[in-house]
Design a protein around this ligand. Structure first.
Ligand code: SAM
Length: 165
């Protein structure tokens, strides 16, 4: 009985973390210093809104809320969605965690976007941002750069981009 439960739990975990790879990057959290750098580079005022694409365990959502921001995070892994929803419950007025595939959803109005994706997804990201008419808002990317676009600034491996054209 216990062994079957253990197998079932392992299967659920493998499926939740594995299936996401079809649609985007694996779960790898942004480190504390880079979370701070990202919030700083986004340069938002309290009450403004940050959009996080693939919000993982919710650490950026919490940091943004603690900085007085409103924040919307999309997360496709059901376990991480539940975990981050619980983790952010005390900031419910500021934080909205949405379960789903961010490529397939229409994004809310926001004042900055934060991502930690994969190099191969950066061009697709630019297309989606243009399609959502959000190219006027600053984009903050941890670790990965656009191929043909120079960042406006950089701190601790976190890059700030302007996609205005
Ligand atoms: C590299 S992790 C970054 C997590 C978080 N942003 C952070 O910086 O700590 C990428 C996250 O995006 C999620 N993800 C991947 N593809 C996705 C998609 N298409 N829609 C929503 N979430 C996705 C993964 O489950 C994972 O939690």
């Amino acid at each position: 009985m216990w062994l079957e439960l253990l197998y079932a739990a392992t299967l659920v975990i493998v499926l939740c973390f594995g299936l996401v790879l079809v649609f985007g990057p694996p779960y790898l959290p942004t480190m504390h210093r880079q979370v701070e750098a990202a919030i700083k580079l986004a340069n938002l005022k309290p009450g403004q809104t940050l959009l996080e694409l693939g919000s993982g365990d919710g650490r950026v959502l919490v940091a943004a809320a603690q900085a007085g921001l409103n924040v919307v995070g999309y997360e496709l892994n059901p376990l991480l969605f539940i975990f981050s929803w619980l983790r952010t419950r005390r900031y419910r007025k500021q934080v909205r965690v949405v379960f789903g595939n961010f490529w397939q959803m229409s994004w809310p109005k926001c004042d900055a976007i934060y991502v930690f994706l994969l190099p191969r997804l950066m061009a697709k990201l630019e297309q989606k941002i243009n399609a959502e008419r959000l190219n006027q808002v600053p984009l903050v990317s941890f670790a990965f750069k656009f191929k043909d676009l120079a960042p406006v600034s950089e701190e601790a491996g976190v890059f700030l981009y302007s996609l205005k054209h």
